[in-house]
Design a protein around this ligand. Structure first.
Ligand code: MGD
Ligand code: MGD
Ligand code: SF4
Ligand code: MO
Length: 706
């Protein structure tokens, strides 16, 4: 007996197509032909089903009876009563905003939507934000500013393979989206040029025709220099700039200051490489520029992305067939998760919560008075760092994030979380954040629920349940609906006590469609049947009878005048420069077989075998200066904290920079060290560069230990 279900991987934004098969012993993952992954999967996808019946799986709520006590099993009614009583107590003492919500870009569209509505309607709090703020918020803000819309890729992934020149900035796709590499291979087989900008010679950079290896935090200077060269060599598309954009003159003036030799001084990238890159981009018939976290997770992330968008616009790429600018979204529903209202300043359909028309529309769908909707809250890091402080929230509900490991300056954030009167975590494992919660609610995993996800192309996909969750486990939607009921938000107008929070995902999606109608991310015309029939549907899709939009900007930009906007941007130093006490740059990122905070993948045996622990990557020259040998335990210290891990010596990193992955907790948590400097616009933390000191942690034999 076997039963197959056609679905997608739970992890990253590539959302590879897969088939799940239930056999007598286990759930098998089979690769599936889908337009994005074309049958490919990475090790994380192959092993995704292992967590379904993992011994660490939570199957009962957990409660902590007093601070410092142990978590103990409890019934659902007891756990939910505790949550509701805690919320009531806090809100009556401190006001409605004193309970906050923290969401995640891994949640389905339905859950992200329900969570935003739950915060604004059931809790009546302005304080909701989510981990996407740590992810692609800089690219999102830059995209909105330039194009009037934020869709990660405004074209299908398949366009990558036909680009004559492809530029990847701070994207290590060979480890973060391995099946995407086939497009890069095809691109080069067609004779294309692949340029990678990364301070490390990554698995991705090794495939490049040209690799630029800047000091972390200097991409903006590189981008401005590329535009400077393009101008000097007559590579700018003047007709496009005149017909389709505004603001170029100011950008031209600013980029005049980025002559190649100056950019080389700022970034360390040789003039000849800058020239070669500018020419490869400027002379290509079809060129694509993509950014990811390496360029974006900076205190000047928005301006850095803007510099690459300026370059793309000057070369006439956005909207030209087979060309354009895009951001590689990260989490499974990183795209949809930023559209439907779990952002502090946002209502469904990518509407602004401070826009009276948007409030009126969404309040209508929700059956509430627009004036009853709260205003904008604060961004993720600001929210987390206010927890438990005077005037800050005293209660927090977390759905789909593990900030104890993944937040910047995590020691501080962990302290804030511990100071709360009420911390509620919905998760399917005891993540490090669940571990310090007052209430843990066990939720369904991806293979146990239906819903939709929007991949990095803006393609809305179906997630399908193989079967129901195990006994004792509820879906996020069901428990949000139950909580809302208990908080007394029952629709009296229907006269039958119908909950305003449906638990059935298809019903939630129907409501989301109405709420998003007319917004930038319009899902009104998308039905589950259409998604099945069409291999996913690209938003915006306002009409059930009309097509989705795989490619944007062919005829104009969704700005008031239909033109894209150039914005002049200047290089500036990183938030924390190296100094005699902290003489080395630290940058952080990912390895292939671990995912994010590691709460899931550290529990998968096959993945743990490949990547069992954290490490610090450093250049042999730096290691020699520090007296560190390969495998030595090192201590990495910043102004905020320290981390310990074995040294991994490699000539593939700049000698002035060290690298650590952020997937591990405890002493190996690199976010104890990272900087909480924020971008002024996106509020993105500077995860990708701070100043550290590196030293050998353990005294070697013969050295004194006194
Ligand atoms: N295996 C795996 N895959 C994942 C994830 C995971 O956790 N594990 N997470 C998913 C998510 S949520 C995301 S957001 C994506 C992220 O995907 P990526 O952005 O590809 O991942 P990162 O490793 O964070 O960063 C990419 C590269 O940026 C480089 N970098 C560091 N500083 C700089 C800089 O100043 N400039 C430039 N140009 N480059 C710099 C790093 O050396 C690194 O190689 O991956 C998704 N896929
Ligand atoms: N130093 C450093 N730090 C970083 C980054 C970096 O590059 N460097 N990258 C940042 C980025 S891009 C990201 S996206 C964040 C990610 O970091 P986190 O927000 O911590 O993301 P995850 O580890 O995916 O956490 C998801 C948690 O929710 C649970 N979960 C998964 N799906 C669901 C669901 O559907 N419902 C519920 N209730 N729970 C679920 C998982 O078990 C897990 O415990 O980290 C950021 N932190
Ligand atoms: S690339 Fe991403 S979506 Fe595809 S199998 Fe790996 S983790 Fe899953
Ligand atoms: Mo991310």
């Amino acid at each position: 007996m076997s039963q197959d279900v056609v679905t997608h991987c739970p992890y990253c934004a590539l959302q590879c197509g897969m088939t799940l098969r239930r056999t007598a012993e286990r759930v098998e993952v089979l690769p599936r032909q889908f337009p994005t992954n074309r049958g490919g999967l990475c090790q994380k996808g192959w092993t995704a089903a292992e967590l379904l019946d993992h011994p660490d799986r939570l199957t009962t709520p957990l409660l902590r009876d007093r601070p410092g006590g142990q978590l103990r099993p409890a019934s659902w009614p007891e756990a939910l009563d505790r949550v509701v009583a805690g919320i009531r107590r806090i809100q009556s003492a401190y006001g409605r905003d004193a309970v906050a919500v923290f969401g995640g870009g891994g949640l389905t569209n339905e859950k992200a939507y329900a969570l935003g509505k739950f915060a604004r309607v059931a809790l009546g709090t302005r304080n909701i934000d989510y981990n996407g703020r740590f992810c692609m918020s800089s690219a999102a803000a830059a995209g909105m500013r330039a194009f009037g819309v934020d869709r990660g890729l405004p074209f299908p992934l398949a366009d990558l393979s036909t680009a004559d020149t492809l530029l990847l900035v701070g994207a290590n796709v060979a480890e973060t989206m391995p099946p995407l590499v086939r497009y890069l291979v095809e691109q080069r087989q067609r004779g294309g040029t692949l340029i990678v900008i990364d301070p490390r010679v990554t698995a991705t950079a090794r495939q490049a025709t040209l690799h630029l290896q800047p000091t972390p935090g200097t991409d903006l200077a590189v981008a401005n220099a590329l535009l400077h060269i393009a101008l000097a060599e007559g590579l700018v598309d003047k007709d496009y700039v005149a017909a389709r954009t505004t603001g170029f003159d100011q950008v031209r003036r600013v980029t005049a200051g980025y002559w190649p030799a100056r950019a080389e001084r700022l970034s360390g990238v040789p003039v000849a490489d800058l020239e070669a890159a500018a020419r490869a981009l400027g002379t290509a018939e079809r060129a694509i520029i993509l950014t990811a976290r390496g360029a974006e997770q900076h205190a000047k992330g928005v301006d850095t992305v803007t510099a690459f968008v300026n370059l793309a616009l000057a070369l006439g790429l956005p909207g030209r067939p087979g060309s354009g600018y895009g951001c590689l979204t990260g989490q499974g529903n990183g795209q949809g998760g930023r559209e439907h209202g779990q952002k502090a300043d946002q209502l469904p359909g990518y509407r602004r919560i401070d826009d009276p028309a948007a409030r009126a529309h969404v309040a209508g769908v929700w059956g509430v008075d627009p004036d009853a909707l709260p205003g904008p809250g604060v961004s993720a890091y600001e929210l987390l760092s206010a927890l438990g402080t005077d005037g800050g929230p005293k209660g927090l509900l977390v759905f789909g994030s593990n900030p104890v490991v993944s937040a910047p300056r995590a020691g501080r954030i962990e302290g804030r979380l511990r100071d709360l009167d009420l911390l509620v975590v919905a998760d399917f494992v005891r993540s490090e954040t669940a571990e310090i919660a007052d209430v843990v609610l066990p939720t369904a995993q991806w293979a146990e629920e239906d819903g939709t996800m929007t991949n990095l192309e803006g393609r809305v996909l179906r997630r399908r349940a193989l079967g129901p969750p195990p006994p004792g486990v509820r879906t996020d939607l069901a428990l949000l609906a139950d909580l809302a009921d208990r908080l007394d938000h029952v629709d009296g107008s229907a006269g039958q006590g119908r909950s305003r929070f449906p638990a059935a995902p298809e019903q939630v999606f129907a409501e989301l469609r109405r709420a998003s109608a007319g917004g930038a991310a319009d899902y009104a015309g998308i039905t589950w049947e259409r998604i099945d029939a069409e291999d996913g549907v690209f938003w915006p899709c306002p009409d059930e009878d009309g097509p989705g939009m795989p490619r944007l900007f062919a005829d104009g930009f969704p700005t008031p005048d239909g033109r894209a906007r150039f914005v002049p941007v200047e290089h500036r130093p990183v938030a924390e420069e190296v100094c005699p006490d902290y003489p080395v740059y630290l940058t952080t990122g990912r390895v292939l077989t671990q995912y994010q905070s590691g709460a899931q993948t550290r529990r998968v045996e096959a993945l743990r075998r490949v990547a069992p622990n954290a490490f610090l990557e450093l250049h042999p020259d730096l290691a020699a200066r520090l007296g560190v040998a390969d495998g030595d335990e090192v201590r990495v210290t910043s102004r905020r904290g320290e981390m310990r891990a074995p040294a991994r010596l490699t000539p593939t990193i700049r000698p002035d920079t060290v690298f650590a992955p952020f997937h591990w907790a405890g002493a190996a948590r690199i976010n104890s060290v990272t900087s909480d400097a924020l971008d002024p616009v996106s509020r993105m933390p500077e995860f990708k560069v701070c100043a550290v000191r590196v030293e050998k942690a353990v005294a070697s034999a013969g050295e004194g230990t006194a």
